[in-house]
Design a protein. Structure first.
Lengths: 94, 476, 485
């Protein structure tokens, strides 16, 4: 069902890379899952709404009031690399 | 053969809320790097977004001002892509149910006819952080802007020339400013504009749509569009076509430069944002926003023409900003001669304000002072020329007009006897001019008036001088 | 009785009556926890300093005559996907091996206010993806009843820490059964509240529309106590509900006369172990004797729940886990020659196999061309599953079913075939799909391993769920059974 190049494209989208043997394994396991999931084909969902939140809650807003931000020290506390109060990454090419 | 240009715009405007769209960090331009950040806008693991109600209000306000339908049931969606300025690796935006749809903005073309530019949609979303570059070329990230609320406005490709696009943008900017929804400062990035452009030849041949980005001003946008139109036509004429791609405008080289191909379409994997519950917008909510909607420029213009009986030209200038229009109306309240007020604002006031590069709120004198000055002129206390001198002094020092008039000794000479004495002494020294006038040289009369005004140090009431001089000469 | 075998209720009395200070209790429990830890490996870190400091604070309050909550001085543990300010929170992943959150999850804030004492952060499946705690990047947690068996997962460390008596209560998270399944496998009480009942702020997201913080305790009363403390609307979580939080302990009166219990036939079909069925039905029989009314019901879309789950959860996860990109926090690869290289290597090296596999599945299901067939379809089937419950609850007050198809299994037994591991959650996933509350309580043993009974309730009706669970527990034989370690 799924071929290697599909997995490679998906991996690219997800910013992951796999060795050849890993790809084979993933193809196999994904196939497994997809063939299981295929059972959903038999469910008729015409005119059925989607559910992306299971409870009937609506309009959870906040008021536009300023609250506390973090100290910069805490903002940067887990940064793998930083400079001049900023997070640092290699040059971004556009 | 003839070509028709098709231009569609995609505009991002930052909203002028106190706080960000999903957290209570300050929405503020120019703060120290990474000081307006919290777990939510940093996208820290475990943090959750909660929608700022003001963002909905402002976006609906923009939607109403641009004649859109407002969605009653909507939701937020995730747009997934990796970029260092995007803290969660997804942008919370709106996909299939935008908050506002199917609106339009009316522009006036060169020939004075009007045209509606359709707005396909306006949706709300979050801004990204900012990338800076250090000396070694590495990228530094400041997330103060991460989570600042945006509206994205997408038009139909209804503009057929860069001028129309320019007019559209001016109008859009004006309305956003009037409603107070955004401060639309392109140089600070609070308004950003992308252009989709292509041309169609009369025989139906089309160039591929090209997207233009990094347009730092309306002028740059116009230049980029003009450049592209020529490029598209040249390519079609030589039997080629444009590439579907994104190009940026290079101001120093005056040309567009290819950024990336659009052949491989980005797959954003949009899906409903599970962390934000459904949004239902009631009639009442929309009514309340409507009530808070200020008078828009077009409505104001028409009202000014009717209510103040001023020419359309004046009305247009006076309603070019919210600040100016209310300044005008405030002065008229104090000195009820709208056309006089309008003249003074359009000439003396705006010239000096523009020369100095200041805004009306920076003026040193009070509105009452301005009105007092105009009253002094209309009552004949000083003449028009003296008035301009007084105005200049008010503008520079902020002193009261009466004080200036006293100090500069500008009070107009009204006393007929005194004026008569001056006229007689001037006539005695200019016998030749009297002869000339009597021989039909009208210019001689003007010369005499000038001499009399000079002798009075500019203070004599010109009307009195005129009529008295005529009377005296005629009786000679 | 040994201190560590007591319940919160019992120990709380002793603290309030000043039979024992919080500090004495904490020191004893730390000692005991460390001793037991050598056998079960529940913890990723033991927070001794924090515990002692928190205990001292409680003692000071009591000495000052201040009123303290029933949780004051109680040693607890927290799953390592719940953010604790200043304390590493790793999700049992190399990716977050050194991550120190600058903020507390709302549930942690609430427990801190109640005066609980944090003994440690518990082991789990990496990013909560698994049902055996074997996908942890750091260690394997053992089932206290049989050290050769898994404790279940993904909250395996939280479950074993309570079952083994290292703490009196722990928090876990339940996306498809990750609290109820390990509770069943380790013979304790595990509650997944209604979606929106407890704030998710600070719970590191796996499947955002399914995740819910859950509670492990030794008995139902303790569970009710803790739920009362952590539930309620949170301004930091827009999906948390403003519905009022009652005092759940008030409902624990043993009276189930007239309460209608639904037995869904789909949960007793093939694939469920016969002994498990028997034990659960025997429990139902006992409730019937107490006056409950039992009727068979049907939840016809049950068989699609696992398939639906294995699209929705990985899809949401693929997006939730995209933020781990090596830029702001977390693992960054040592060598890279471009930004893209940094992204790809950091993520590929930082995540474990199961996590990467699920990210791939989720990314695939959301990608263009597949979205409608997979993700959208799954969200529609989810609606049908939810409607099944709504319909059933028109007739019954609670639904009773097995928690897990079988008892605890051996290490490595289900690692090879992902689907067999997924089937561990076949009975628990539907409640996450519908967002309804569900509890697992011990109802028997097979080969000296505990069996779990699941009681599922209506949205926000944890009170009835706890009431029925408590009534059964009070007349059953399993409440005081503890493993010998
Ligand atoms: Mg956008
Ligand atoms: Zn923030």
């Amino acid at each position: 069902m799924v071929d290697k190049s599909t997995i490679q494209n998906v991996a690219k989208l997800a910013k992951l890379e796999f060795r050849e043997d890993e790809i084979d394994m993933i193809v196999k396991k994904l196939d497994n899952v997809l063939s299981y999931v295929k059972m959903l084909d038999e469910v008729n969902v015409d005119n059925v709404d989607i559910t992306y939140n299971p409870i009937d809650l609506k309009n959870a807003f906040r008021e536009d009031n300023v609250g506390k931000s973090l100290d910069r020290e805490k903002v940067l506390q887990n940064a793998p690399d930083k400079e001049m109060g900023c997070f640092k990454v290699p040059k971004v090419l556009d | 053969m003839n070509y028709k240009t098709l231009i569609g715009l995609e505009i991002h405007a930052e909203l002028l809320t106190n706080t960000k769209i999903f957290c209570s960090c300050k929405n503020e331009f120019g703060a120290d790097v990474n000081t307006n950040c919290c777990p939510v806008c940093l996208g820290l693991p475990g943090s959750l977004p909660v929608l700022n109600k003001k963002v909905l209000e402002y976006a609906i306000m923009a939607g109403l001002a641009f004649n859109c339908n407002i969605a009653r049931h909507t939701k937020m969606d995730r747009k997934n892509y990796f970029y260092p300025d995007l803290t969660k690796a997804y942008q919370i935006s709106q996909y299939d149910i935008p908050l506002c749809e199917n609106g339009f903005i009316q522009i006036e073309k060169e020939d004075k006819t009007t045209k509606n530019i359709r707005i396909r949609r306006i949706h709300i979303e979050e801004d990204t952080g900012k990338s800076l570059h250090d000396t070694s070329g590495d990228t530094l990230l400041d997330y103060n802007r991460s989570g600042v609320p945006l509206i994205e406005i997408v038009t139909e490709p209804d503009m057929n020339s860069p001028e129309e696009a320019y007019k559209f943008l001016e109008k859009l900017k004006e309305v956003l400013l009037f409603t107070g929804v955004s401060d639309v400062k392109m140089e600070q990035g609070s308004l950003r504009c992308d252009v989709n452009i292509n041309v169609v030849r009369e025989d139906g041949l089309k160039s591929n749509i090209v997207e233009l980005k990094n347009l730092n001003s309306f002028k740059a946008a116009v230049k980029a569009m003009e450049y592209e139109i020529k490029r598209h036509i040249d390519l079609l004429e030589s039997g080629q076509n444009t590439v579907r791609e994104t190009r940026r405008w290079d101001d120093s080289e005056n040309r567009t430069i290819s950024m990336r191909s659009k052949e491989t379409v980005q797959d954003y994997r949009y899906f409903p944002e599970p962390d934000i519950v459904n949004i239902n917008i009631s009639d009442e909510f929309i009514e309340n926003v409507k009530k808070s909607l200020p008078e828009l420029p077009d409505q104001k213009r028409e009202r000014f023409i009717k209510e103040y009986m001023i020419p359309e030209y004046d009305a247009k200038i006076l309603t070019s900003s919210k600040e100016l229009s209310s300044y005008f109306e405030d002065i008229v309240k104090l000195f009820n001669e709208p056309k006089v007020v309008s003249n003074w604002i359009m000439t003396e006031l705006l010239r000096r304000v523009n020369d100095e590069g200041i805004t009306l709120s920076d003026l040193k004198f009070e509105k009452e002072d301005f009105a007092d000055l105009l009253s002094a002129i209309s009552q004949g206390k000083i003449n028009n020329n003296a008035g301009k001198k007084v105005f200049r002094a008010m503008f520079e020092t902020g002193k009261k007009p009466n004080e200036i008039i006293e100090q500069m000794g500008l009070v107009q000479l009204q006393d007929e006897n005194e004026i008569k004495q001056i006229i007689i002494s001037v006539l005695e020294n200019n016998k030749q001019s009297i002869e000339d006038y009597k021989n039909g040289k009208q210019r001689a009369f003007g010369f005499l008036v000038g001499q009399i005004m000079k002798a009075s140090q500019g203070k004599a009431n010109p009307q009195i001088v005129n009529s008295m001089l005529k009377e005296i000469i005629d009786n000679m | 009785m040994d201190l560590h075998k007591m319940t919160i209720k019992q120990i709380s009395e002793k603290i309030k009556n000043r039979e024992i200070t919080a500090l004495e209790l904490t020191e004893k429990m730390l000692e005991k926890a460390k001793e037991i830890e050598k056998k079960v490996d529940s913890f990723l870190c033991i927070t001794e300093d924090v515990a002692i400091e928190q205990a001292k604070k409680v003692d000071k309050k009591i000495a000052n005559g201040e009123k303290v909550s029933s949780l004051a001085g109680i040693p607890i543990a927290i799953k390592d996907n719940i953010c604790t300010e200043g304390i590493k929170t790793t999700c049992a992943s190399r990716m977050l091996e050194n991550f120190i959150p600058p903020y507390n999850a709302t549930v942690v804030e609430k427990l801190n206010k109640s005066g609980t004492v944090l003994i440690g952060k518990t082991n789990m499946d990496e990013f909560a993806m698994g049902s055996s705690t074997e996908t942890s990047a750091f260690k394997k947690t053992k089932n206290p009843w049989d050290l050769n068996k898994v404790p279940g997962g993904s909250s395996g460390g939280s479950a074993s820490s309570v079952a083994a008596g290292q703490v009196f209560c722990s928090l876990g998270s339940d996306t498809g059964g990750s609290v109820r399944q390990p509770a069943a496998l380790t013979g304790i009480v595990g509650l997944k509240p209604t979606y929106g009942r407890v704030s998710r702020y600070g719970l590191i997201a796996f499947g955002s529309s399914l995740d819910q913080v859950g509670i492990f305790t030794k008995d139902v009363y303790d569970c009710a106590l803790v739920l009362k403390e952590i539930a309620g609307k949170d301004d930091m979580d827009g999906t948390s509900s403003p519905i009022e939080v009652p005092d759940y302990t008030k409902f624990l009166d043993g009276n189930v006369k007239g309460i209608k219990i639904g037995i869904p036939k789909e949960y007793f079909a093939q694939g469920i172990d016969e002994d498990v069925k028997k034990a659960v039905l025997a429990g139902v029989e006992q409730l019937k004797e107490l006056g409950a009314i039992v009727k068979e019901i049907s939840l016809p879309h049950t068989k699609y729940a696992v398939a639906t789950y294995y699209i929705i959860a990985p899809s949401e996860a693929s997006s939730n886990l995209a933020r781990f990109d090596g830029i702001r926090y977390g693992y960054r690869t040592k060598e890279f020659d471009s930004l893209d290289d940094l992204y790809i290597k950091s993520r590929s090296e930082g995540f474990g196999e199961e996590v990467k596999r699920r990210i791939v599945i989720g990314t695939y299901a959301l990608s263009s061309g597949y979205y409608d067939a997979y993700y959208k379809k799954a969200l529609q089937v989810r609606t049908l599953i939810k409607q099944d419950f709504e319909k059933a609850f028109e007739d019954v007050d609670v639904i009773i079913a097995p928690t897990v198809p079988n008892v605890a299994f051996n290490f490595g037994e289900k690692n090879q075939d992902p689907l067999s591991m997924y089937m561990e959650d076949v009975c628990t996933i539907p409640a996450n799909m519908a967002g309804v509350p569900a509890i697992s309580i011990p109802c028997g043993f097979k080969n000296s391993l505990p069996i779990g009974m699941q009681i599922i309730g209506k949205h926000f009706d944890e009170a009835t769920v706890l009431k029925v669970a408590h009534a059964y527990e009070s007349c059953g034989d399993f409440k005081d059974k503890r493993p010998n370690l």
